[in-house]
Ligand binder design. Structure first.
Ligand code: GDP
Length: 201
């Protein structure tokens, strides 16, 4: 995939309406600090465009990055940060729910899980929430450089087990440091874009 142009086109808060986009959206969800900004920067081929969080869990916005005027990467607010007050958690839930149910152009949601650890209760809840919304998440197992190559498959299987994923469920390891796994994610996105273009014809 060639990234020619990236633009943080829309930032919406709790009270804002979703933008009426007419291009496909790929959304990214995950716990604070899982490496979501780093992944999005990696996919955009930019070092610091998506803000790598100083204070995890603080920003409660949905950020739409327009890529090449072809599609959007949608950065959903991170969850599971203990210090966030209950009221903020509730707002967060509403925002995500609204996005999952109302986004007409959402083509694929990626759920990020740190490859080193079993998914948390929050991760499992998010996974179930996505599935209950009628979507099939693809898992991106982040920070794969923190493991030895020989450990990766075992950890992927553990993630699948804990989440209760089907046999053919997809877990893609990714490292923001080495960019390992980036091509595989691009391939998934490209095949969805191609399918979508065919359907539109
Ligand atoms: P976010 O809160 O999910 O957006 O996570 P960030 O992208 O801000 O990353 C959180 C921390 O993990 C930062 O210190 C990153 O440098 C680090 N990090 C993110 N991705 C990777 C990765 O693939 N490998 C390693 N080693 N560190 C990473």
């Amino acid at each position: 995939m060639v990234i020619k142009k990236v633009n943080l086109e829309t930032v919406i808060g709790i009270t804002s309406k979703l933008p009426q986009n007419d291009k496909p959206e790929f959304a990214f969800a995950g716990k604070s600090n899982v490496g979501k900004s780093s992944l999005i920067n990696g996919l955009m081929n930019r070092k610091h465009y998506a803000r790598v969080s100083q204070e995890p869990g603080k920003t409660q916005t949905i950020n739409y990055y327009n890529i090449n005027d072809e599609f959007y990467l949608v950065d959903l607010p991170g969850y599971g940060f203990a210090k966030v007050p209950e009221s903020v958690k509730k707002q967060w839930g509403k925002m995500i729910e609204n996005y999952l149910h109302k986004s007409r152009m959402l083509k694929q949601i990626f759920l990020l899980i740190d490859i080193r650890h079993d998914p948390s209760a929050n991760d499992k809840m998010m996974y179930d929430w996505i599935v209950d919304s009628g979507l099939t998440p693809i898992i991106i197992a982040t920070k794969s450089d923190k493991l030895k190559k020989s450990q990766i498959e075992t950890h992927i299987n553990a993630i699948k087990n804990v989440l209760g994923m089907p046999e053919d469920g997809l877990v893609l390891p990714f490292s923001a440091q080495s960019k390992a796994g980036r091509e595989e994610i691009y391939e998934v996105m490209e095949s969805i874009l191609a399918e979508d273009a065919e359907e539109a014809e």
